[in-house]
Design a protein around this ligand. Structure first.
Ligand code: C2O
Ligand code: CU
Ligand code: CU
Length: 461
């Protein structure tokens, strides 16, 4: 029950960050125990106004503890502190079965939300998820049933676990990135053309926290922490705020040991990044966050830079404490593990014009699980032979990217989703986590749902 405290703090002084019009609604914690976060999430149908004067039928999450709460895209933010015990009471008000998967969170297997860990929650039914938030970082939750359809419809939401080093910032903002394909009448267009099938569905409308070209106000010269989630079915975002480099401080598995500066920040579906940005400029200046073309498949043409949102600078910020010099502790995993997995991602034009996606020639669900022992070290090599990039994701544990085609990874840290560039081999090291059935798949959801998925079976030695 920390929400009340935050609201009180935010109201009491001019040197505090201005309220964020894009800030997601936070799920209400109904448990008085400060170490337990107990929330209620409902998946329901609703109408969302993506464009002025039209609405689209959407499927979205709302807070089940708040009478009459509105479902939103993205859904309400789940906020916890490192070490908190999290209990989520889930109710499905959709007309089809669904689940919730806690992307990136190291959950007990029974709470992972995949079809290997639970029966999908039938319409009208409920399910309780429970986990301890062991890692601080930026995560998200989404269904693991008909993901390509359900996530596109609006079922996705951010999750923050606070903890670790807290840099002094003027604002800590969450930006969930997506795109939707809207028809003329403003409804979601659910047709899938050849490109959608091959490369994953790309929308015609870009969204930041469910909004088209939103405007944000910030102090001139402010230092802000921005957390990004790529929740799109297939779009890669290559973010740029011209003239304002990003200091990358964290990604999927939380803060990284050695932050680095970059002018453009690439996110594939499923990935998260945390950056510090200094909003240099004069009051009344406007800055525009853009996504630059990124060549993820040769057939997808270059539309030039696309605008995502505008930041309007107001009165100057006051100086903050310097940034920390120590960020996260980091133990590199050995990279000479004797247990090796080689996975080849492949695409086959299947019978009746249906493209099948496979890993090592196996099309999910017809796959042989990979057997593994808890705590054993392994090196996985993921290799694309389709000729396009794939964001490869592993449930239930983090890994460390070693190299891509032999070129050592430039930056170190824990990932759960990593982009395998086309025709290249990405190697990562992993120490197997908790026992259970853990999915791995391409996070281009059209690929995942058409076979590019497998299962890792971890057992206790
Ligand atoms: Cu975010 Cu198995 O997925
Ligand atoms: Cu996941
Ligand atoms: Cu893929």
């Amino acid at each position: 029950m920390r929400l009340a405290v935050w609201i009180a703090l935010a109201a009491c002084g001019d040197n505090l960050p201005a309220p964020d019009p894009l800030a997601p609604v936070t799920l209400v914690d109904t448990n008085p125990d400060p170490t337990i976060v107990e929330v209620s999430v409902v998946a329901t149908t609703t109408r969302i106004a993506y464009l002025p004067e039209t609405t689209a039928e959407a499927w979205a999450y709302r807070d089940g503890s708040v009478a009459g709460s509105q479902a939103s895209v993205p859904g309400p933010l789940l906020e916890a502190h490192q070490g908190d015990h999290v209990i989520v009471h889930f109710r499905n008000e959709l007309a089809e079965p669904t689940t919730i998967h806690w992307h990136g969170i190291r959950v007990p297997n029974a709470s992972d939300g995949s079809e290997h860990t639970q029966q999908p929650v039938a319409p009208g039914d409920t399910f309780d998820y429970e986990f301890t938030a062991v890692d601080a970082g930026t995560f998200w939750y989404h269904p693991h049933a008909r993901g390509d359809v359900q996530v596109e419809k609006g079922l996705y939401a951010p999750l923050i676990v606070h903890g670790g080093v807290e840099p002094a910032v003027d604002a800590d903002r969450m930006f969930v990135l997506d795109d939707v394909k809207l028809a003329e009448d403003g409804e979601l267009d659910d047709t899938i053309d050849d490109n959608d099938l091959k490369f994953g569905r790309q929308g015609n409308t870009l969204l930041v926290n469910g909004k088209v070209s939103p405007k944000l106000s910030a102090r001139a010269g402010a230092r802000e922490r921005w957390r990004f989630v790529d929740a799109a079915n297939s779009r890669f975002f290559n973010l740029s705020l011209p003239g304002h480099p990003f200091l990358v401080i964290g990604w999927d598995g939380g803060l990284i040991p050695e932050p680095y500066t970059t002018d453009s920040l690439l996110l594939g579906p499923g990935e998260r990044y945390e950056v510090i940005v200094e909003l240099d400029g004069e009051p009344n200046d406007s800055l525009v966050l853009q996504t630059l073309y990124y060549d993820r498949a040769p057939e997808l043409h270059d539309p030039g830079p696309l605008d995502l949102m505008t930041i309007e600078l107001g009165s100057p910020a006051t100086a903050l404490d310097p940034l920390p010099t120590e960020w996260a502790a980091f133990d590199p995993l050995p990279t000479d593990a004797t247990s090796m997995q080689n996975l080849t991602l492949h695409e086959d034009p299947g019978p009746d014009g249906k493209t099948a996606f496979s890993i090592n020639g196996q099309v999910y669900p017809d796959v042989t699980p990979i057997a593994a022992a808890k705590d054993a070290l392994a090196v996985w090599t993921i290799n694309d032979d389709v000729g396009m990039d794939h964001p490869f994701h592993l449930h239930g544990m983090f890994f460390q990217v070693i190299d891509i085609d032999g070129v050592p990874a430039e930056h170190r840290g824990w990932k759960d989703t990593a982009i395998v560039p086309r025709y290249k081999k990405l190697r990562f090291a992993v120490r197997y986590g908790e026992p259970g059935h853990w999915m791995f798949h391409c996070h281009i959801l059209e690929h995942q749902e058409r076979g590019m998925m497998g299962v890792l079976d971890v057992t206790t030695r």
